[in-house]
Design a protein around this ligand. Sequence first.
Ligand SMILES: [Zn+2]
Length: 119
Amino acid sequence: MASESTSWIMTTRQIWKLYVAIGGFVGGMGLFSLALFSLVSGGSRFVAFVACGTFLSVVTFAWFVAVIRCPHCQAALVWKMILSRPHSSWLIDLAALDRCPSCDTLLAKPTSRKYPTTT
Ligand SMILES: [Zn+2]
């Protein structure tokens, strides 16, 4: 029964928030990697890299939790999914939501109007 539906994150135009969060997490991982490589050259900047990586990762996570919201009831959907789903699948379940777990409103609109045909 799965047709050409797109994720509700795209139809509600919140996909950029996911990309920003991915960028923040990748940046945090980069800083942790730099911390490890700094050990080769004496480790004088190890603490600074770890502190910056931790700060960037925590801020990114808090921002991601705060900004992905149901367009109808404004529920913080990332936090709801973290609390209610297994840690291994909450992100996949979040992207695959079709109804808001708080207000039960349909999240993804039908895709038929997104690309009007001219036939
Ligand atoms: Zn809702």
